[in-house]
Design a protein around this ligand. Structure first.
Ligand code: HEM
Length: 201
């Protein structure tokens, strides 16, 4: 896993649970100094191990630690690469979700060995949509990491009050998959369909 994810996770742990928690979890996770280089690849087990250690120490669930990490990543990335997120934003929240695969593909220029997740909007209606997430990583915590990412993107960039439900999760061979129902007032979907219907007359 690239350092950018770990650096953001470290930042999140320190801010949410305090420096003391960070100092206590790194030893058992085999981290000797608190520096992660953005473009360096680190051991895959570091994210799951850190999430488990923080959950154990704070009494939180692994799911909530990972959801917080996802929410924090959006603030972190907006901070370090100020316009990165806004550059890749679609006009509608749904456009943004449809563009997630292209966005990770684009990052191949700087993260040449990236193993990106894949996303797919399967249904859309006036009350929201259904989103599929697939990953070669098998840590179930990423399902909640995605939930955090979605909640923060929706509130910060689209002023959308989002409700995220995980409706399915499991494995298809060595691929982890999750299906989310995203409930929000998808008024732009209705407007879009009115335009299409108008043009068909
Ligand atoms: C705009 C800023 C973003 C950048 C620069 C970025 C970049 C990256 C990078 C470098 C990785 C590590 C992959 C690896 O080490 O092989 C990663 C992982 C990941 N990204 Fe993004 N990403 C961004 C936004 C997002 C958003 C908005 C989502 C979803 C809503 C997302 C979902 C994920 C997930 C779930 C992973 C964990 C890996 C996995 O599922 O297999 N990312 N991203």
């Amino acid at each position: 896993m690239y350092g950018i994810i770990l650096d953001s996770l470290m930042d999140c742990i320190k801010q949410m649970y305090g420096e003391q928690v960070w100092k206590r979890v790194i030893g058992p996770c085999g981290i000797s100094n608190s520096v992660f280089t953005t473009h360096k690849i680190y051991h895959e087990e570091l994210v799951p191990n850190l999430a488990k250690a923080v959950a154990e120490l704070t009494g939180k669930s692994i799911e909530s630690v990972m959801q917080a990490a996802g929410e924090h990543f959006i603030l972190y990335i907006a901070d370090i690469k100020n316009d990165t997120v806004t550059k890749v934003l679609g006009r509608r929240f749904t456009d943004f979700l449809n563009g997630l695969n292209c966005m990770h593909d684009y990052y191949r220029f700087s993260f040449t060995e990236i193993q990106p997740p894949s996303f797919h909007v399967s249904k859309e209606d006036s009350e929201g949509l259904e989103l599929h997430y697939r990953s070669r990583r098998t840590f179930i915590g990423y399902v909640h990491y995605v939930k955090g990412l979605l909640l923060k993107i929706a509130s910060k960039f689209y002023s959308i009050d989002l409700d995220v439900l995980v409706t399915q999760q499991g494995f298809a061979g060595d691929v982890m998959l999750a299906v989310y129902r995203l409930n929000f007032q998808n008024s732009q979907y209705l407007a879009f369909h009115k335009v299409i219907a108008g043009n068909m007359k």
